[in-house]
Every structure is written in structure tokens, then in C-alpha cells.
Design a binder for this molecule. Sequence first.
Ligand SMILES: [Zn+2]
Length: 341
Amino acid sequence: MRDLHDRSVVADTHNDLLDAIVHRPVEAWVPHFRERWLPQLRAGGVNLQVLPVFIDDAYRPEGALRQTLRMIEAAHRIAEVDEVRLCHDGTAIDAALADDRIALVLALESAPGVGEDVELLETLFRLGVRVASLAHFGRTALADGSGEDASGSRLTRAGVAAVAEMERLGMMFDVSHLGVAGVEHVLELATRPVIATHSSARALRDHHRNLTDEQLRGIAANGGVVCVNFFAPFLHESDFRIERLVDHIEHIAGVMGIRHVGLGPDFVKEVLADVTPPCCETQFIEGVPTDRFLPGLEGPAGLPLVTEALLERGWPDDDIALVLGANVLDLFRAELGKPKH
Ligand SMILES: [Zn+2]
């Protein structure tokens, strides 16, 4: 089992570890990554790590761009650690993997720092950002998050311009968090494949953060990849075993085809513990408890358990390797950082 896991490319398309890092004093950023996160990534066999820049509401709107830049600076600083490398395209990812480095890819989880100034996406692209979503749970100047589904809102004019600008640059569009009408709108507009960096199946767990079968089929037709979120309350109302995660992986593979599935674990346990003041523990986010996790899969070190669980379900090695990371790697090779021609 471990052998299959270790020889496969393992890609995690959503870990908010930059949030935990920038919550510390600047001089602790690199040591914290090296001492706390790197060993976990290595234990989990992670080869490719997407690092979202997520801006807490407290910074919005005035401080959002400044905090975005601080987090990008943190990513560049941790990328100076020997074992990792910040990658801007598939060629750089392949080179990093060949050197046994963990390839880091910078992303935006919502873009409150951009506001309606879509030209700033190119500025952020110049700084290394290669994936972006346009909303979190709520409304932004570009789009509505899935928490606003009752609004029925499509993208704003600036959001439409953002899609075109991202396609021009080679910055991948991330549909995770986007509302239902927004996803539909993006799929109408998109001429390049999109990604869902951390989303599970709504057919198995009716929460607005999950994707319906119709959305999954739309993303498959677009050539995109959906990376399954491990956050336990998004998988099942009360059964927080790893089998429920495998149910979502199997469902999404069944609806979309095996080439369209990846892993977007969203390991929030440690990040939430780090960024939440002890006085004010958050108990619920969007109606679900924040203290329920899949046993053993609370952090990246548990990732080999996914391989083990898929083997137990009788999955062939080749299909497991696709889901662990080969699908995401192929998508990034084809799309990441490649200008539209
Ligand atoms: Zn998220």
C-alpha cells in the first residue's frame, strides 16, 4: 500500500497552511513551515501542494490587498526552503518532482484584494498566482459564493472580465465556493478547463458547498477536475469515517469519469486551532460543526489512508494513482501559466 502511495504523485489542491504561517510573527514564518508543516507533507507523501491565499473577513475591504501581498510574500519565503519549490507551470512542476522537491502552486481563495480592478489579476500572476476563485461563502465584487445561492446571482461584469483575463494569462479558474448560478455562468463562458480545488458531492450530502451531479457533468464536459474536500461535515451529517470520503470519490468518479477526480483535502484542524483566539472558538461554519474530522485524516500525514481505503474498495492501482494526483498534474501541465493563444 505504502509503496503504491509513495510511487504515485500525490497532489493536494487545498491546504490553508499559509493562514497559519502569517498568523505568526514574520521571523517565525519559515521556521514554522519547516518544522511544523514540511514533516507532515513529507509523511503524507505530498508532491504537489496548492497554497491558497485566504483573507479573513477582518481585513476586508481596505486591508485585503495588503494581506494578500503578505501571504504571497510568505509563500515566496517558504519556497526558499530546500525541500520545496514555487512553480509557475507544468515544466517547473515536473522539474521539482524530478528533484524530489514538493512543488508549490500559489492560488487565491476568493480575491477580495482585487475588488473590481481585474487588471490586478495580472499583477498577482506576475507574483506567481496560478489558480483563483472569485468568492468565499458570501458576496464579492466579482461573484456570489454558494452561501448566497438564494440570490440566484451570476457573475458581475467585473467577474466576467476576470474569467477572460484569467484565461488570457493562464491562471486557472477555481469553481469551489462559487454559487450555483455562478458555476453555470462560468461554464458558459469558459473556453479552458476549470478546477474545483475543494468540493464534494451534493448528491451524497446536501450542503451548498458541494457540487450537484449536473455541475459535475458540466465540469467534466469542460475538461476540468474536481478535487474532493475531506472536511467531514461536508461528507456526511453524522458519520465521520473515511469510508464516507471514499463514497464521495467513487460518486464523483462515477458521474464525471476517473480522469476528472483529484484530492482537495482542506485540512483545517490545525489551521483553525492556530488562527482562532482561545476566547472565541468557532463552533459552526455555514451550519456545520468545525470540530469533526475523519480519524487519522486530520492533516496531510494521514494521506496514505486514502490509498489504503481505495485499495480496500477494490480499486486498481492505476485508478488510485490518477485520483491521488496524476489527473491534477496532467491538468496543470496543460493549463497552468500557459497564456491563451
Ligand atoms: Zn474553502
